[in-house]
Structures are given as C-alpha cells and as structure tokens.
Design a protein around this ligand. Structure first.
Ligand code: ATP
Length: 372
C-alpha cells in the first residue's frame, strides 16, 4: 500500500519534471540568451581498473574527468579543446546522459539531471543531443537515411506522429542542405561531409536546445570542415541552439566558439572568451597548444615562437600531484608539486578590469599574459 502510493507520487513527480524540462518557450522557461542553460559543477568520472577474470578486484581508477566545472549559456558555443585522452568525450557523454558521473552535478535549467530516471531522463535526453565524431562509422550502413534521421521519433513519437514522419525527415534533409529526395538512399551513397550533415539532421530531429558535437569535423577534409562548421553556425540561429563543440585542435573551434575551455588530464585548465584564450592565454599549456597552430601570414609565421612540450601526457590512472601539467611545464617549481592551482582568475590579473583579456580563469601558479 505504502509502496503503491509512493510509486504513484514518484511517477507524478517524474512527469512534472519532464514537463518542466520540455517547456520550450523563453517565456515559460525564463531562460534568456546569455543565461546559463547548463551548469556543470565538480564533475567526476572515474572508470574502475580491475584485475582478475573470475574474482574481479578493483586496483585503481582511470580519472577520465576529475573535477570539471563550467557554464553553457543559452545561445552560445562553448568550445572544449585538449589532447587525445584528456577527457573531452567523457564530458560529452556525461552531459548527454550516456554515462553516469561518479560525482558532481549537471544542472539543466537549474535542475540536477544526474540523478534522473524514467520520463524525466527521457525528456532531458531529448533536449540535449549529441552529434558524433566519425560520420563513416556512426551511421548504420544498413539503414536508409530516412530511417536514420527518423529513428529518434520511435523513442519520442510525441514529436512526430507516424503519418507525419516522412515529411519531417524530408524537412530536416532540406534544412541541412541535402536533397529531400535522397530519403531512401544509404549512407555509403554520400560523401563524408554529407554524412555529417545526416548526423546533424538526426541530432536536430527532436528539436533539442543543446547540441554536444564531439569532434564533428575532425574526420573530414579541411575543405569540407568549413562547410559543416558554417552549417552548424546557421542552424544555431535558426533553431535557437546552444552548442558544446569539442575538438583536439584550437584552430577548428576558433571560428564557431564564443568561449573556449582548455582541458588537460581530466580538468579544465583555462577558460574564457575566444579573444581571451586566443590572444591573451595565461596558462602555459594553452600557450603551447596555440604556438603549434600555423599562422596564415608568412611573415608572422616566420616570427612565431614555438613551444615544444617535452614528454607525454601522464596516465590519467596516476596523475601528478599538485598541478597536473607540471611534469611538462617549463615554469614548474616546488609549489606546483605541492599545491593544486584552482581554476580562478589569477590574483595577478584579478585587479584589472573584468573586460581585460587576461582577466579570466586559469589554473596556474605562475600565469603570464602572453599576447599571441
Ligand atoms: N569506458 C571506459 N573505460 C575505461 N577507461 C575509459 C573509458 N572511456 C574512456 N576511458 C579513458 O578515459 C580517458 C579519457 O578518455 P576520453 O575518450 O574522454 O578522452 P578524449 O579527450 O575524448 O580523447 P579522444 O580525443 O582520443 O577521444 C582515457 O584515458 C580513456 O582511455
């Protein structure tokens, strides 16, 4: 008896949360442009390392994401950049609820979504969609494009009743710049860029508010990358989308990002507006990454000072004490071994005007405003 009534209460609460999360208009949600639509706080994902076949014993953990905090504001694009293995894809999977965090909070419109289940989780999944990296492997080769783009409607029939689906899919093909008559074709009949457009159309099908794009152009030819980035830029305005755009290369996210977060070994080491990060990075790791990006002007390219990082990224199963970047940093001192630098505006720049380019969070004991 008790269980029944509490079960009904839970279902009612889940339904209410789901309705709230699905509320689309600005008036309903009071989330105007620029307000945080997503607030990530102290996010942690540790993957257990086990030994033994029958009696599995945990011998450690891969600290893929280890205390990540950031906001995604409505209508903005937040670029997340870092070398392979720094935890970018894991952050993407946590934000899209494909993985459950070990600790921390992800608040979507103020609601912590990490502990949701049932209808409420379904509503969040509808609102935060993922576009995957490799258009060659992420599309099922045995399904037609129509079935691939329309598949999300099977899980959310409320968005497109059965009789209306073909028209909706054709509309989506048109929106991403593909011929709606290609609806019955198979993925192999498209080029890489067109396949990524199909992936984007699928991501748009449920009219999400947030799209997390995990290296959406990394597998494409450079000439095609710009077309896909431009398409995403146009769709952002048209569909009032907020983007998290993940890449390993700072140059890729530059044109689309309003703000950029730089990750190293499971943490964000620096975050700020695109001009702050690209023109006035204060963290040595960002400076090293930027120094590797070629400059189109030959004279500037010749003058460019390259910072070559020594050694490899340490294992995320056993990160260094203090500052995780210290083992490769030319500025490292004892303080960097003993004390983990917090991701805040460094005291050196805190007294400058908030609009000064160096006035942005950077997790370094010895930050330096280095005009790039
Ligand atoms: N399911 C898993 N089980 C164990 N370890 C994992 C799992 N997923 C990721 N990892 C580990 O977590 C760390 C971060 O991986 P992640 O894929 O998030 O990094 P990334 O920055 O996206 O790299 P890439 O660009 O190569 O995809 C890596 O060391 C990876 O091996």
């Amino acid at each position: 008896m008790h269980r029944d009534s509490s079960g009904r209460k839970e279902a009612r609460e889940e339904g209410e949360t789901a309705r709230k999360l699905l509320a689309r208009s600005r008036a309903e949600t009071a989330y105007a442009a620029g307000e945080p639509i997503l607030e990530v706080r102290d996010l942690v994902k540790h993957f257990p390392l086990t030994q033994g076949v029958v009696l599995k014993r945990q011998v450690g953990a891969v600290k893929a994401v280890d205390g990540v905090s950031f906001d995604l504001r409505r209508g903005e694009t937040l670029g997340i950049v870092g070398e392979s293995g720094c935890g970018k894809s894991t952050v993407a999977k946590l934000v899209t609820s494909l993985e459950a965090p070990t600790a921390g909070e992800i608040r979507f419109k103020g609601e912590d979504i990490t502990r949701l289940s049932g209808k409420a989780l379904k509503a969040v999944r509808r609102n935060i969609q993922m576009v995957f990296q490799d258009p060659y492997t992420s599309l099922n080769p045995r399904m037609t494009v129509g079935d691939i783009i329309g598949e999300p409607f099977e899980i959310h029939p409320e968005v497109a009743p059965k009789g209306d689906r073909r028209r909706k899919v054709q509309e989506l093909l048109d929106v991403v710049g593909l011929n709606p008559e290609y609806i019955n074709r198979y993925p192999h009949q498209f080029s890489g860029g067109q396949r990524q457009r199909i992936g984007i159309a699928r991501g748009l099908a449920l009219r999400p508010e947030i799209i997390v794009a995990d290296e959406p152009v990394s597998a494409l030819d450079v000439s095609v990358q710009a077309q896909v980035v431009n398409l995403m830029d146009r769709l952002q305005d048209e569909f009032d989308l907020s983007y998290m755009f993940i890449a390993h290369d700072l140059s890729v996210v530059r044109h689309i990002s309003d703000r950029v977060g730089v990750m190293y070994l499971g943490r964000i080491v620096e975050i700020g507006s695109d001009s702050a990060i690209y023109e006035h990075p204060t963290h040595p790791y960002t400076q090293a990454l930027l120094s590797a990006v070629p400059v189109p002007d030959p004279a500037a390219e010749a003058r460019r000072e390259r910072i070559v990082l020594e050694g490899d990224v340490p294992s995320p199963a056993d990160p260094p004490s203090g500052c995780r970047f210290r083992t490769r940093c030319w500025k490292a001192q004892q303080r960097c071994v003993d004390l983990e630098p917090p991701l805040t505006v460094p005291p050196e720049f805190a007294s400058t005007s908030a609009s000064a380019p160096a006035h942005h969070p950077s997790a370094c004991h010895f930050p330096e405003d280095r005009a790039m």
